[in-house]
Design a protein around this ligand. Structure first.
Ligand code: KIV
Ligand code: ZN
Length: 388
């Protein structure tokens, strides 16, 4: 039996913090419904105290979501927590996500405080949140740079105060995968009541390690991953939902599963990109335009003989349609024959040899040889094909 990894989607909170990605209530609500349909376990709907618009969005999402847990963010401030509780009051499964910075950077520079005071505030905010819901998640902001011994004290204390999930954010994307994995393992081994809560990974991508760190986290005992569609989030972004889900699916030997309906990943990625007006980079894993495109002759030849030579995921598994054979000056004869065949020409090997000479001349002039170019090449080769 594999163990379930809970998927906590924060596209509408951490993702929406990205400059230019701000959404109105209707846009957030539509996306929330599609995120729920994807199969996520928890939807972080927003930060209710941050603005009346976000309060309204969290309220509307709370009313509309049927099965997923709806979560609202707050600082370790009583008013924040009360407002989050109010915005979540219609949710079938409400969760308050509250917390405070625990690294010395945050304790000294942000709060001008000390470890004992921060520990007391951590306990207090969980107690306030428990007045509104039994499902309270505590975040130890900048846990990635927090001293493990102190972090373990904080985690133990907030679980004792009633936290059901404890988020260990690598807020600045600083950790290496082995360090983040060791941090989670340290907490599992040194927090006496850790079995009473779920540890959660919330990794930022400043060094491009967010996904690797989240996977290291679950391998060490965390059971929730916080992530966003397309990896959107503060600065360099968060862990990409589509990446962790497909890693877990591809590497079943790790012994994990999620409840995500992977076939919806590509469509939702496009929707998030459109509504947030944030293009997906073409080489983005799983959902980029080139994720299932083959362009060099060596790869195309292998792929056409057996797709698994160059593809570890069938694009249909993530709803991305068919793989693409892109014709460029690096393409070979088998790719050219394949594309001609796809658009209805039955050329034999000799025909392709001759056509290939013409094809590379066109390809050298262009970045990509398109279907129209192929029709022109075919007509020039054999005018009897002019009706094509
Ligand atoms: O990155 C972070 O630490 C956060 C917290 C507010 C959970 O987003
Ligand atoms: Zn974050």
């Amino acid at each position: 039996m594999s163990e379930k990894i809970f998927i906590f989607d924060t596209t509408l909170r951490d993702g929406e913090q990205v400059p230019g990605c701000k959404l109105n209530t209707k846009e957030k609500l539509d996306l929330a419904l599609h995120i729920e349909a994807l199969g996520v376990d928890i939807i972080e709907a927003g930060f209710p105290i941050s603005s009346p618009g976000d309060f309204d969005s969290v309220t509307q999402i709370s009313k509309a979501i049927k099965t997923a847990t709806v979560c609202g963010l707050s600082r370790a401030v009583q008013k924040d927590i009360e407002v989050a509780g109010e915005a979540l009051k219609y949710a079938k499964r409400p969760r308050i996500h509250t917390g405070i910075g625990t690294s010395d950077y945050h304790i000294k520079s942000k709060f001008n405080s000390n470890r004992e005071d921060i520990l007391a505030r951590a306990i207090q905010c969980v107690k306030w949140a428990r007045n509104f819901t039994d499902d309270v998640e505590f975040y130890a902001e900048d846990a990635g740079r927090t001293d493990n011994e102190y972090l373990a004290r904080v985690v133990e204390a907030v679980i004792k105060a009633g936290a059901t999930v404890v988020n260990i954010p690598d807020t600045t994307g600083y950790c290496l995968p082995y360090q983040y994995g060791e941090k989670i393992a340290y907490l599992i081994n040194n927090v006496s009541n850790v079995d009473k809560a779920i540890l959660s990974c919330h990794c930022h991508n400043d060094l491009g390690l967010a996904t690797a760190n989240s996977i290291a986290g679950i391998m060490s005992g965390a059971r929730q991953i916080e992530c966003t569609m397309n990896g959107l989030g503060e600065r360099a972004g968060n862990t990409a939902l589509e990446e962790v889900v497909m890693i877990i699916q591809q590497h079943k030997h790790m012994g994990f599963h999620t409840d995500i309906h992977a076939k919806q990943l590509y469509g939702l990625s496009r929707e998030v990109s459109d509504v947030m007006r944030m293009p997906v980079q073409p080489n983005k894993a799983i959902v980029g335009a080139n994720a299932f495109s083959h362009s060099s002759g060596i790869h195309q030849d292998g792929f056409l003989k057996d797709a698994t030579t160059y593809e570890i995921i069938n694009p249909e598994e993530v709803g991305a349609g068919e793989s693409r054979i892109v014709l460029t000056a690096r393409s070979g004869r088998s790719a050219l024959a394949h594309r001609f065949q796809k658009i209805g020409y039955a050329f034999n090997r000799n025909d392709i040899d001759v056509l290939y000479e013409q094809f590379v001349k066109v390809a050298d002039q262009k970045k990509e040889v398109e279907e129209n170019d192929l029709h022109q090449l075919a007509r020039a080769y054999n005018p009897a094909l002019a009706t094509k």
